[in-house]
Write a protein that binds this ligand. Structure first.
Ligand code: ADP
Ligand code: ADP
Length: 227
């Protein structure tokens, strides 16, 4: 299942520095849309990178569906990830970009073609298979990145400020797209942003970060509409 548990998790990059993430615990429920919200430098990206396996925790545990994955390499965790700068391969076509995680997983060609087609339809990019990233708008590139992140049916999708590089109008349309994707796929989404409005629009729950700690967790209504 897509339940992710963070247990007393900390990360210290250097000995003299305060911890980037300071003893946080968070229970992320299967299928929920949770947002890590906080100012720059508050530890959101470090937390996401520990969940996906790019950064090793200094202490604490991460569990997926009850299983300890704290020391498991990223490719075995099977999480989808979307970045602010899209991180598409510029020399590959749209279809080849989306197919990439399937090739790594040795999925057959026939199955790959089917899954790539489905993923591109899901983000409304059918017909764009043979374009290169530079031939697409920023919003389209981010939709390719979304397709690539979900094509292998991960149990969790992690999104690190995926809309921050887009202008206001595109950001709103991509917010709708991401909400729809979450509904259709039923995946656990862990979304990072410093934008409170975005967090309130998208999230089932919000975890507010401040200087490496989680200072409150709740629904948007709990957190922002108290009488
Ligand atoms: P956020 O995503 O909320 O902006 P980060 O997790 O990126 O916060 O950063 C938290 C703290 O950790 C910051 O003080 C930042 O400078 C520091 N930090 C982040 N990545 C590294 C790194 N690779 N090496 C050293 N310090 C880092
Ligand atoms: P190959 O190197 O196997 O000839 P490509 O490098 O062109 O194939 O593409 C890699 C994978 O991307 C293919 O195995 C295929 O499944 C997928 N792919 C490529 N083009 C398309 C397309 N137009 N529609 C759907 N999937 C495609």
């Amino acid at each position: 299942g897509g339940r992710v548990e963070l247990v007393d998790l900390s990360k210290r990059y250097g000995n003299g520095e305060p911890p980037a993430v300071d003893d946080i615990s968070l229970d992320i429920e299967p299928g929920e849309f949770i947002t890590l919200l906080g100012p720059s430098g508050s530890g959101k990206t470090t937390t996401l990178n520990m969940i996906v396996g790019f950064t090793e925790p200094t202490s604490g545990r991460i569990r997926l569906g009850g299983r300890d994955i704290s020391r498991m390499p990223p490719h075995k965790r099977n999480f989808g990830m979307v970045f602010q700068n899209y991180a598409l391969f510029p020399h590959l076509t749209v279809a080849q970009n989306v197919a990439f995680p399937l090739r790594e997983r040795k999925v057959s060609t026939v199955e790959t073609t089917r899954l790539v087609g489905e993923a591109l339809d899901l983000v409304d990019l059918g017909g764009m298979e043979n374009r290169r990233p530079h031939e697409l708008s920023g919003g389209q590139q981010q939709r390719v990145a979304l397709a690539r992140a979900v094509v292998f049916s991960p149990s969790v999708l992690l999104l690190d400020e995926p809309l921050s590089a887009l202008d206001r109008k595109l950001r709103q349309s991509l917010q709708r797209e991401i909400k729809r994707l979450h509904k259709e796929l039923g995946l656990t989404f862990v979304f990072v942003t410093h934008d409170q409005d975005e967090a309130m629009t998208l999230s089932d729950r919000i975890a507010i970060f401040d200087r490496g700690r989680i200072v409150s967790v709740g629904t948007p209504a709990d957190l922002y509409h108290r009488p």
